[in-house]
Design a protein around this ligand. Sequence first.
Ligand code: SIN
Length: 330
Amino acid sequence: MKKFVKMFTVAALFASWSFAADYTIKLSHVVSDVTPKGKAALFFAKRVAELTNGKVEVVVFSNAQLHDDDSVMKALKLGNVHIAIPSFSKFTSLVPEMQLFDLPFLFDGPDGVHAVMDGEVGQILKDKVTAKGFVALDYWDAGFKHFSSSKKPILFPEDASGQKFRIMSSKVLEEQTKAVGGNPQVLPFSEVYSALQQGVVDAAENPLSNFATKKFNEVQTSLTLSNHGYLGYLVIMSERFWSKFPNDLKPLVLQAMSEATAYERDAAAEDEAQLLAQMKDYEAKAKDFTIYEMNDEHIAAWKKAMEGVYPKFYKTIGEDLIKKAIEVQK
Ligand code: SIN
């Protein structure tokens, strides 16, 4: 009997050793698990477990379960969360230069975005984030943003006049909205659906992935394929956590991250057509939801309306940095 108890105890101990990870990485983000970012966060967790033979476990908290993007920076500093993937606008108070990515009509398609992110400008911005005490990892994609509204379809800039816009916490987005007579209201992503539903705001700007996965189509009557600005992310890690993380495991986590980055960017590109088809399907069935496309005349009018926004940020972002971002896309 004694022998049996001893064997059972050893087996139980072995089982718990083989299942419990030695290290846990808590990863927090605010969107759905089925967005490119959400899927890639889960892919990263899977790859970390595989590459470290289960020594490191990544626990993903999606949908702002743990933190919204504003409070997550503090949590990273304290080491309460270890990885976050905030959109660029959420870095405004920390590294105002990151607002470069919010400038309307700056990017010439996804290739233009990647040329900026993966080149000198992207590195300069990462260095600024590092200088603030974070580990800056990789740039991830969401996609180009589109306007939506429940008040009036937004085609020409004057259509935006008088509308209350939910924006992210970015001064560039504030000026973009004011330039067309809109009223900007900063709200966390987790509050956008209810704010649109209750009429706290009339309008928003989102990439298709966030718009469709959060079902904003249910609380908006129009979606305009405007592609006027870009939404993307910088994956950041808690410096406090990483500095104590075992050196032999670090390269494996970084390998999983670069694989996740490639996966994420592919997912963002691949999902786009399917999400648009999904929204068109919804449009066909819904009584009160219409998708509009901007033509060259609309786009020219928007570009003209946005001309005054850039000079306002020459000092904050740096005129040089903006010029470099334009130059690298030529
Ligand atoms: C996100 O994609 O992480 C959220 C973006 C937003 O706040 O609109």
